[in-house]
Write a protein of this length. Structure first.
Length: 128
């Protein structure tokens, strides 16, 4: 009887830890990684950091940067709200776009990123 109880508790422990573990970065780290990958025009990485619904928009964002130089300045992302499946993140800093000699800085603090937890990974799903 004790052996059966021990096996049951062991199985229960594996189930609980398996369901609650998150395998990737936190929501703020995921948003940070997304913005850096975007500035590097790393399309596969941007798509990997996007939720399924946002993948097409993410590709369009990368494509829009192909004719400019892009760099991130003073990036710092913070979680402003979080549940098990959704998080909101605001990032400080700027995405600096250079075309010819003109630099246009996009103030990232004006965007609120929404991330979804898909398959244990936080992924960017939109921004406002």
């Amino acid at each position: 009887m004790k052996k059966i109880l021990f096996i049951f508790l062991l199985i229960l422990l594996f189930l609980v830890t398996g369901c609650s573990s998150q395998t990737g970065p936190s929501a703020d780290e995921a948003a940070n990684d997304y913005i850096i990958a975007l500035s590097e025009k790393n399309k596969p990485q941007v798509v990997a950091l996007s939720c399924k619904e946002w993948e097409e928009s993410a590709i369009l964002e990368v494509d829009a940067l192909l004719s400019v130089d892009a760099a991130v300045s003073d990036l710092n992302c913070t979680i402003t709200g979080e549940s098990v499946s959704e998080a909101t993140v605001i990032c400080e800093g700027s995405l600096d776009l250079t075309y010819s000699d003109e630099i246009r800085a996009i103030d990232l603090s004006r965007r609120t990123y929404t991330l979804l937890n898909e398959d244990g990974q936080w992924r960017v799903c939109s921004y406002k």
